[in-house]
Structures are given as structure tokens and as C-alpha cells.
Design a protein around this ligand. Structure first.
Ligand SMILES: [Fe+2]
Length: 230
């Protein structure tokens, strides 16, 4: 790609992030980079759950090791190991994009998380629209990076473009979860967009964007990584 082309691409990303609240870069990672992230994920699960067996496929753990991976299992693995890996292996690659859409001085938040999204038949997922960590002190939001690793869903992310420009919406508790008040969601719902973010893609959305993960109707666990830039 010529430098003028790559500059145009960066400007388009900046505009997309500012206007609609997200950027979706397909095939951002190569297969080798994805494989390394999956291997890292296996080691995080193994350590976190103190497993004494070798993990082959992490998407079928609820079938191969039901006693450990079931309706009561962890869905989020917060991991320093993951955060360190992002700092040493992923940051250089995403740096020009973060600088373009956000700012030159930034940090990757400590709570990088490996997410396991179980089949809906096993664990009911959280699919209500919400903003991430809404606080009156930060109406502008932060870039939130989401990287699917293994995912068989036909759509895995839903959002309502441009809602990040409204600051913080009132949220309320629904069961264990906090969602934007349904009466507010309703007024924006006609603009709802469903997306398929594939493994190897990079997706960055503003934490103020109304969004949710899509129900996992497949038979496999969907795995992804998320971290926030501040
Ligand atoms: Fe979220």
C-alpha cells in the first residue's frame, strides 16, 4: 500500500470512529498471530482453572470436559499474562490506529480479559444494550478493542451507530446485568446494526456506544479478547 493510500485509510478510520462510534478492520491479524493468541488463551485457561490435562480445542471444552466447563464456569478471565502479551506483541501493530482515532499518549488498561461466550443452551448470555462503565466524569468514552479468536456465530456484535455522541445514558439493573433503560433503547432501535467480526479482524468501538454481544446459538464456545485504551 502506498503511503498516500495508507493515510487515506487512517483518515477514513478516524472519521468512522468519530462519526459512527466504531471501526471494523477485516483480516487485521495474520493466521500466525491469531494462532499465537489462541495458544496464549489456552495457557490462561489452563492456569486459571488449575487444569492437569492438555487443552486441545477450547471451543469444545464444555463437551470434552463437562465437569470443569459448564453453566457455573467463568466467562471472563482477567489476566496479567494477557495484558503483558498485548503490550509486547499487539500494541506495536495497533499503535498507528490508536494514535489516529484517539491520541498519542495512551495506556492499555490493566484489566485485559479473555472472554468465553458459552452456547445459549448451556448458559443464558447477556444481550441487552449497554455502555461500558458509564460515568458522568467520562462522557466521551474510550476506545475498546475487541478481537474474536474462535467464533462460529453468523453475527456476533450488535450496536446502535452514533449513540456514543450522546454521553452517558441512564442504566438499570436487570438480573445480574446493567443495561440501558429499555425506553431509551427503543428510541434508537431502528438504527440497530448486527455485525460479524471474524477471527483475525480488529474491532474498536467507543465505550459510550450502545452495544451488546449476540446470543451464541451455536454448539461451540466463542472466545475473544477485549481491552480498553485510556
Ligand atoms: Fe460491553
Amino acid at each position: 500500500m502506498t503511503s498516500s493510500n495508507s493515510m487515506k485509510r487512517c483518515t477514513a478510520m478516524k472519521t468512522s470512529y468519530a462519526d459512527i462510534g466504531y471501526i471494523h478492520i477485516e483480516d487485521f491479524f495474520n493466521q500466525e498471530e491469531l494462532d499465537l493468541l489462541i495458544e496464549l488463551s489456552k495457557s490462561i485457561v489452563k492456569e486459571n482453572d488449575s487444569l492437569d490435562f492438555t487443552i486441545n480445542g477450547i471451543d469444545q471444552l464444555h463437551i470434552t470436559h463437562q465437569h470443569k466447563f459448564n453453566a457455573y464456569s467463568s466467562r471472563g478471565y482477567k489476566s496479567n499474562k494477557l495484558r503483558d502479551y498485548i503490550e509486547s506483541h499487539v500494541k506495536t501493530k495497533i499503535d498507528p490506529i490508536i494514535r489516529e482515532i484517539y491520541q498519542d499518549n495512551y495506556v492499555i488498561e490493566d484489566d485485559a480479559t479473555l472472554l468465553a461466550w458459552y452456547p445459549e443452551s448451556l448458559i443464558k448470555g447477556f444481550t441487552g444494550f449497554h455502555q461500558d462503565g458509564p460515568s458522568d466524569l467520562i462522557p466521551h468514552g474510550y476506545p475498546h478493542c475487541w478481537i474474536p479468536l474462535i467464533d462460529e456465530r453468523r453475527a456476533n456484535f450488535a450496536c446502535i451507530p452514533r449513540t456514543h455522541t450522546y454521553g452517558n445514558f441512564p442504566h438499570s439493573h436487570m438480573g445480574h446485568f446493567i443495561k440501558v433503560d429499555p425506553s431509551i433503547v427503543e428510541t434508537f432501535l431502528e438504527n440497530k446494526t448486527s455485525l460479524l467480526v471474524k477471527p483475525r479482524d480488529l474491532f474498536i468501538f467507543n465505550t459510550r456506544l450502545m452495544h451488546c454481544l449476540t446470543i451464541n446459538e451455536t454448539k461451540s464456545i466463542a472466545w475473544s479478547i477485549e481491552f480498553i485504551i485510556k
